[in-house]
Structure formats: structure tokens, C-alpha cells
Design a protein. Sequence first.
Length: 399
Amino acid sequence: MPAIEPRPEPAAAPHTPAVRSRLPAVGTTIFTVMSALANECGAVNLGQGFPDFDCDARLLDAVNDALRAGHNQYPPMAGVPALRQALARKTEALYGRHYDPEREITVTAGATQAIFSAILAVVQPGDEVIVLDPCYDSYVPNIELAGGVAVRVPLRADFGPDLDAIAAAIGPRTRALLINSPHNPSGRVWPRADMLRLQELLAPTEVILISDEVYEHMVFDGQLHQSAARFPGLAARALVVSSFGKTLHVTGWKVGSVLAPAPLMTEFRKVHQFNVFTVNTPMQHALAAYLADPAPYLQLPEFYAAKRDRFRAGLARTRFELLPCEGTYFQCVRYAHLAVPERDLPEAEFCRWLTRTIGVAAIPLSAFYGDGREQRLIRFCFAKREATLDGALQRLARL
């Protein structure tokens, strides 16, 4: 008889080394949570901020042309020269400041990477960085990963900047201030007077400004976007961040940009080259060609204002209290006056109830606050097709 192999002894379970978390307080973002719940429930997703409509077909044609032209290898670390030149022309035409495409403009893998790299470039361990609450959820984790300390300064009740509170928060350890206009989540827009006051406030300091301007082309009702690039005293100390994804309805491309004076850009690029090194080549060539026509971004305020007005008109027939929406593609509402018992729920619980029971997903504003502040406020995204907005409004009418 052939020999019988002995049965092997059960092996011990492989050991996974323990990791001391760099971000122990961070879990899955609220955007991922609510989008997953919307998919599970078949709800209309007005939570996460992305369009449900296609971009301009000419932009897709430009990508196809770039692919077939062989633009499929690494571009220069700072970005395709034609795109940086297009950004320089665009910024000078809109905001009156010239940035040198060679030394002062870098193409990034979206605005989130741009902000992270900007913070890593300028923040040393122990430095303080002022953020204005409520703020986008990546800011504080970025600061903590750099070894910095986030100093949260609340915006006013109307979500405008409290310049006196910002001034009081600046101290000897303050390295940077992070601002965002048009503002996510509130939809407020900083006026020129506040930017001038900020310029005056920062003038005697060494504070670096990181200006998140990803919604720069979504400013409504005849207002102008007050970019930090417009103000010489701010531009000289600012890293200005923008996003092609938001502007051109291609959030999945993850392509953004940073503009800054050469000394700041030198430090930014040191981090950028070892973070992502460079960014999707054919998309950059396509964007450069597409930006030759300014109409798409110049018409964006009218395009999104029409969606805002359609959505607000529908919400006005409910008991939601509408907050002002001066920019972005977000509409905040207060639900305290709804004729349902759930109006007393905390914001995150209310959003889960709204998704499961009414079939519309939203985002709680408490997720944007360091202290999880409860105000019975939620945020809807109206960057959607008219049919999507109308379908959501029909469901919300049940309230």
C-alpha cells in the first residue's frame, strides 16, 4: 500500500502587526456613508457633491484627440506647459494678476491633494493653522498629518467670516490660515470688503494663506468671486487652489491647480513631486485645448443659478427653512419646522431617516464642525439634472 501522508497540523493564524493610527479620531467620511445609504435605499442622492449629468462633448473629444496623439506618458512634474499657460491667461483675465506658468502654477491631482500638499509644504510640527468652522472635512486631518495644530474659529451665525475672531486667534505659532469662498457647506461668498480687511489684518504677520476656491465660477446674482489673486497683499502670501472637476462637471478626473508666488511654489513642488509627482497626461492636454474658449466657465453662474432657483422654488413649497445660497451648488435648509416628529432628531439621524423613509439623501452640517454642532441644518446638492431635482422635490413634498 502507498504511504499515507500525515495530516498537517493546523497553522496558527497569521499575525497582523498593530498600527498606531496617525488619525485615531477619523472614520469613514459622511459623504461615503450617505452615498452608500442612498444606493442601498434607492434614494435620490443630493448628498455628495457631484453632477449626475455629462460634461461638454467637446471636452470628451479633446481627451480622445489627446489619447490618440500619443499623450500617454509622464508629463512634466508641474503639469503640461500648455495647461499652465492657459491657467495663467485665464487668471490674469479674470482677476488681474499674472502668474508665471513656469514657476508659479502647478497642476494637481484634484483640489484635495493640492490642499494636503500645501499644508505639508508650509506647516512644521507644532505650528498652528486657523480653520473656519464649519469647514470641509479634509482640512483638519491634513493639518494633523503634518504635525500641526488646527485652531478652529467659528464663522458668524450667517456663515460670514468673523474677522475680529480671526485676528484674536493669530499668535506667535500661527503658520497658516485656510479660507474657502464660495463656501462649502453654507454657499456663502466672501465680499470684497472682507477680503480687504483680511489683507490688512495679515499684512504685519508671517501667516501664509491657503485659499480654497474650487467653486470660483459658481457665484450668483451679479456678485464677483473675490479671489485672493485679486488682492496684491493676499496674493503675495497665498496658495490659491482650484478644481477643473467642479468647474467642468468632471469630478472623477481629479485634476486641480495651485497658483502661488515662486518662493511658496518652490516649497509646494517639493512635496508635490513626492506625493503624486504628476497628473493624468491626456486629461491635461484636453483641458488646455478646451480652455481656449472661456464661454463654458463664464456661463457657469447662469447655468447653476437656474438649477438653484428651480430647486429653491420647489423647497419653498415645503416647511424647510431656506438659507441664502450665494454660490457653490449647495443649498442648506433648516428642518426644525417640519410637521413630522423626526424634526427633533439630530442632524445625522435626520439625514438617515430622510434617506430611508422619504428617499432623498442629504448631508448633516454637524459633520463639518469640530464639535459636531447641532443646528437642525442639512445640505442638499443641486448639481443635478432637472428630472433628478424634480423627482427629489416630489418626494420632499411629502414633508
